[in-house]
Design a protein around this ligand. Sequence first.
Ligand SMILES: Cc1ncc(COP(=O)(O)O)c(C=O)c1O
Length: 421
Amino acid sequence: MVNDIQNNLIKKESIFGPDNYKPLPVVLSKAKGVWAWDVNEKKYLDMMSGYSAVSHGHAHPELLRVFHEQSSKLSLTSRAFYTDTLGPYLETITKMSGFEMCLPMNSGAEAVETAIKSSRRWAYRTKGVEPGKAEIIVAEGNFHGRTTTIISFSSDENSKDDFGPHTPGFITVKYGCSKSIETAINKNTAAVLIEPIQGEGGIIVPPDNYLNEVREICTKHNVLMLLDEIQSGLGRTGKLFAYQHSCGDCNCDVGCNEDQPKESKPDGLILGKALGGGFMPVSCFLTSKEVMQWMDPGSHGSTFGGNPLAAALAKRSLELLVEEDLIENSRAMGDYFKECLLSMNSKIIKEIRGKGLWLGVEIDPNYVSGKELSKMCLEAGILCKETHETTIRYAPPLVITKEELDWGIEKIKAVFSKITS
Ligand SMILES: Cc1ncc(COP(=O)(O)O)c(C=O)c1O
């Protein structure tokens, strides 16, 4: 229950800040691993993970060490100078991902903007699209961030209402339908931009062969295939990248390399969230030299993008995914979690979607709303939140152990039973 201490802090947020979020009524003050505590020392299992940004768990000891060490040595220089951390980070991320080049940014939305700008330049300067005519195909129900250009192609009216005029040059097609992409392509099409699994859209998993078909269509029409893996990437779905679920018999654990089948490897990949190890905003756009060649001096940049602290943290965050087997843990714990939820046989659960430790539980609103269910989970010691009114997202840090997950499953079970009893 919210007491006076919490109430005062909650009030301060809405007196001095706008209500552009609707947080659950809890005031958190510390966290470690998969656990978080509120100001009254009540303990919660974090199944939200900062919208999937805290994959390594809170205050991971190795990342904390890097954070302390690097910030006491060199944290911010701007890109006016070279640093001794950026090159090694770029080398690590390009090798792991199998892309030739990486352009570092901070927030996810900035990395999406970078992908849009890069692919438009490629369209004009390499493909030969007429000046000012480039188009990008996007999917219905997408979520790619909050900038004025990105909201221009959102299908969520509330996120774009009265923020116009909107940026032209985006064509929206049905998600999961490759045919509609092919129909929308014309001589001005620069790129197709999609999420391999739609996260904020409600953990929507497209048909199995969707990405392979999109890959084929993009290649056939000389259009860039861009995947936004800001939320789905870096182990969240039980593969390094979610698109690798459609990569045939790939046994590669750490990303694409030359020997790997490439049926769904995109031309550009957008990463963020967990790249910062839960410490700070770190994002990037990965692509080929052919596309990146046009991002020349003065074309694009960011004061903070690629800063020494971010570079050191991101490099170590990537390495830890492999060293600590977090990708495999996500797959194994995710499968186990899904099985346990299914075996509850709860009348409330209509469907469970998702892969790895990224599950969307579709609930029957006749029993409970998503908002009410999130609140009940909170009372029971589980941090989670609805995405859309009837989908509850469970996405604990990828470091979660079976014992910790069992603790959470027992609590969730009790909440579901209480609703139907
Ligand atoms: C798929 C996807 N793209 C982009 C973003 C935007 O990232 P950020 O909030 O860091 O700008 C998000 C955030 O949830 C996301 O899930």
